[in-house]
Design a protein around this ligand. Structure first.
Ligand SMILES: *[C@@H]1O[C@H](CO)[C@@H](O)[C@H](O)[C@H]1NC(C)=O
Ligand SMILES: *[C@@H]1O[C@H](CO)[C@@H](O)[C@H](O)[C@H]1NC(C)=O
Length: 153
């Protein structure tokens, strides 16, 4: 029993490592000794101290931008509108919103209408909500960036 569990956990760990590598940019490699850099998850950024990568988060409603003029966390209203849900609000659960999940101002969350009204739910880890070009649901941040056409610079 214990052995089976350990094997199962082992498989999970391998899958997890594989999915980390699959994002295409490995945050664990020190990319710069003196500049911040972003990852696929627009809420996070990385920097290096003595060859060690440190991961950090922007404050709530701030997102990481790194382009020719700016490097750091910017408030949502100053970002490329493709990257943020500025007009997201709790749905009234009438019409379409009664049947389809709706975006939240928090990119990794969404609203779902239930018999008790709208509930805000979270996507899985390392996922964000998309309603774009026929894609509806939670996708990896890499996919999210592609579908939203939200890339740095
Ligand atoms: C850098 O990003 C910010 C926020 O998206 C934008 O306002 C600014 O125009 C960008 N600068 C360049 C050179 O793209
Ligand atoms: C994606 O965004 C860039 C810059 O905002 C724009 O030049 C390009 O046409 C966009 N591509 C699509 C497919 O929307």
């Amino acid at each position: 029993m214990l052995k089976t569990l350990l094997i199962f956990l082992g498989i999970l760990a391998v899958g997890w490592t594989a999915s980390l590598g699959a994002t295409g940019d490995d945050p664990l490699v020190c990319k710069s000794e003196d500049e911040l850099w972003g990852g696929e998850d627009i809420r996070k950024f990385y920097f290096c101290i003595d060859g060690q990568v440190i991961e950090d988060w922007c404050d709530q409603d701030y997102y990481f931008v790194n382009n020719a003029t700016f490097s750091g966390c910017l408030q949502a209203s100053l970002l490329n509108p493709q990257c943020v849900n500025l007009d997201a609000a709790e749905p009234d659960c009438e019409g379409l919103s009664a049947r389809q999940p709706q975006p939240s101002a928090s990119l990794n969350k969404f609203y779902l209408c239930t018999n008790e009204g709208a509930k805000e739910l979270s996507c899985g880890q390392d996922e964000a909500f998309v309603n774009q070009d026929g894609y509806l649901g939670c996708f990896t941040w890499t996919m999210w960036r592609m579908l939203r056409n939200c890339t740095d610079d």
